[in-house]
Design a protein around this ligand. Structure first.
Ligand SMILES: [Zn+2]
Length: 252
């Protein structure tokens, strides 16, 4: 189990736990797990001696708070998660700048949220899929016309109108949505003026094949919006209960 330790004096954090800090791909064949543990132990000893005499506390990582700008398997990336000491909440930034260095953890006062920045159709993927699947092939002009038509149909969609696809996407900040039935009917009706006879039927099949988990899904891209705040001032207001007790003690 990983354990996150904060120095309250310096606001530095240390992630104690071998699994996260040194990922497996950095393991050379002659690099045993014993060596790993030794490095980890030394790092922790360094942290303890750097913060000798300071006040340390253990932080609890808040479940499901993890967000990352790149896929989990990417070695060089910036990720964030939230942690708490039971009274205050912190943001922890996890990153490394080079593949051969261990992960760094930075304590940040503030919060973050995910904000949708764009919603778009998968134009290139739709074109490619139409080229691959439709027999007899569609003309490039018709492919282009369909892509434009689909773009026009979904124009101005709000996220609230869309249904999120439950599967995880390859990229953590990309989320896929499917269009609702009303717009699906509208798209099919519009297609009738572009395609005739067999060609229309083939397009109708294509649309049904790809609307739920294929190239017709809409791609929403999110940003991690981090808001940093100044470190809250230490409270110096006296707490009344202990003072009362003190008075009683003095009288004795
Ligand atoms: Zn310290």
């Amino acid at each position: 189990m990983n354990q996150l330790i904060r120095c309250k004096t310096c606001d530095q954090v240390f992630m104690k736990g071998p699994y996260d800090a040194y990922p497996e791909y950095e393991v050379a064949p002659n690099y045993s797990s014993e060596n790993f543990r030794r490095i980890e132990r030394d790092d922790f000893q360094n942290f303890l001696s750097d913060h000798d005499g300071h006040q340390l506390e253990s932080l609890k990582i808040i479940e499901d708070s993890y967000v990352s700008e790149k896929a989990y398997s990417e070695p060089i990336k910036v990720s964030f998660f939230k942690a708490t000491n039971g009274r205050e909440r912190f943001v922890v930034k996890k990153f490394r700048e080079r593949i051969d260095e261990p992960l760094k953890y930075q304590l940040i006062f503030g919060d973050y949220s995910l904000k949708c920045v764009t919603i778009e159709i998968q134009s290139a993927e739709i074109s490619k899929q139409l080229e691959d699947e439709l027999k007899p092939p569609l003309s490039p002009e018709k492919i282009e016309a369909f892509v434009k038509l689909y773009g026009d149909v979904v124009q101005g969609f709000a996220l609230e109108d869309l249904e999120r696809i439950p599967e995880e996407s390859r990229h953590p900040l990309e989320v896929y949505y499917k269009i609702d039935d009303v717009h699906l009917v509208y798209l099919l009706r519009k297609c009738r003026s572009l395609f005739k006879g067999q060609e229309y039927l083939a397009m109708e099949e294509f649309i049904h094949r790809h609307k739920d988990d294929g190239v017709l899904l809409l791609k929403a891209t999110y940003n991690i919006e981090l808001v940093e705040v100044a470190k809250p001032e230490k409270r110096t207001i006296p707490v009344f209960q202990p003072l009362e007790k003190e008075k009683v003690l003095w009288k004795k």
